[in-house]
Design a protein around this ligand. Structure first.
Ligand code: ZN
Length: 321
């Protein structure tokens, strides 16, 4: 599959191909976006296009030595740097600087730096020298969760492509490409929030379906005390389920807010709309906002590694209010 068959990101790909075909390809790109959006996958498609030895109008041709060796993982003009520790270190960037001065026998050289926002400031400054005066045959592609974490001197010397979330239709196409059927109202699509890796992880995930049924039936149940212990124990025993529970609750509370605003056309949990209507009537917009804020508080505490059981207790407590 070439960049031209890539599902989604049409605007970014269109800009890249237009620049490339008119001989205006940049020497440095940064692809940014949330985890799982497909930065590395698209970066590799861009690299393959740049390394094709045919004319720009037919690249990537899929037939030339450049294309075939790339697909086999053997293209010696393609280099990847992956963080080895929490940071991308200056020594890793120096490998590029040593290699980039050696002209390829034919075509271009492409360097992919993954998670470039994890480069130390020293590593970024080291790379900057190359970005200021790159050899004409070299292209550096970087991926970054947060573009703004890069030094402004780097940011000003690259073409920045911010990847956007995928439509439900595109997510469905991606699932199908991976051999996963996606029926109407598939939770994998609605809960993916437009992020392919999330949709792929949720698709056919029976644990997620179970967590959702449990959390929503608990939420809609007026006699919570009986089910309290069951939910608490389930979340205590399942680390994954707690993160899913937070997403499910947030989706339900957002749906309830939409109902109170009279907008029922785009509910995430549309299969539970009757129960949601009833639930929404018992709540106020302000109350729902406060609940979502409490959830976000638990999320940020989880990122700071609070005790799992304590987080479970906080979530069940928030549910009671
Ligand atoms: Zn080719």
């Amino acid at each position: 599959m070439s960049i031209l068959d890539f599902i989604g990101q049409k605007e970014v790909i269109g800009r890249f191909i237009d620049q490339f075909r008119s001989g205006m390809a940049s020497h440095a790109y940064v692809l940014s976006g949330p985890p799982g959006i497909g930065k590395k996958t698209l970066a590799r498609k861009m690299a393959q296009t740049l390394l094709c030895l045919e004319g720009p109008d037919s690249a990537p041709c899929g037939r030339c030595r450049g294309c075939r060796s790339f697909e086999a993982g053997l293209n010696t003009n393609f280099f990847q740097i992956v963080p080895e520790t929490r940071s991308v270190l200056i020594d890793q960037v120096r490998v590029i600087l040593d290699d980039i001065t050696v002209r390829p026998a034919k075509g271009r050289k492409v360097y992919l730096i993954q998670e470039a926002d994890r480069m130390t400031p020293q590593a970024q400054n080291c790379l900057l020298k190359t970005l200021e005066d790159p050899p004409p045959y070299a292209v550096i592609i970087m991926t970054a969760g947060n573009f703004e974490s890069l030094l402004i001197t780097i940011r000003s010397r690259v073409v920045h492509f911010r990847l956007s979330r995928y439509s439900d239709e595109e997510i469905r196409m991606i699932l199908e490409k991976h051999g996963k059927a996606s029926p109407e109202g598939d939770p994998a699509v609605v809960y993916s929030e437009g992020i392919p890796a999330r949709a792929l992880a949720l698709s056919g995930n029976k644990d997620f379906v179970k967590t959702r049924e449990l959390v929503l039936s608990y939420l809609f149940d007026d006699e919570k005390d009986m089910a309290d212990l069951e939910l608490n124990q389930y979340l205590s025993a399942n680390r994954e389920a707690l993160a899913d529970c937070l997403d499910i609750l947030e989706s339900a509370w957002r749906d309830a807010m939409l109902i109170l605003c009279g907008k029922t056309g785009s509910l995430i949990n549309s299969d539970k709309s009757d129960k949601l209507m009833e639930y929404a009537k018992k709540n106020s917009i302000q109350g729902l906002i406060e609940k979502i804020e409490e959830l976000n508080g638990v999320r940020s505490q989880l990122r700071r590694h609070i005790n799992h059981q304590l987080a479970v207790d906080l979530v069940t407590l928030a549910l009671h209010k």
